[in-house]
Design a protein around this ligand. Structure first.
Ligand SMILES: [Zn+2]
Ligand SMILES: [Zn+2]
Length: 52
């Protein structure tokens, strides 16, 4: 099974994450709830877009 990692803190996530698409390129972004709650910056690996 594929391991999913939070894009901000790189920790492995199982059911404690949100999935959304990069607003710029549509690349799928995985983020843990902790980083989401903190508003940690993430960078799209595909286009380099920085999002809160
Ligand atoms: Zn995280
Ligand atoms: Zn992107």
């Amino acid at each position: 099974m594929e391991v999913l990692r939070c894009i901000s803190c790189k920790k492995e996530v199982y059911d404690d994450f949100v999935k959304f698409k990069c607003p710029k390129c549509g690349h799928e972004i995985i983020r843990c709830l902790e980083c989401r709650a903190r508003g940690t910056v993430w960078v799209c690996p595909n286009c380099g877009f920085e999002g809160p």
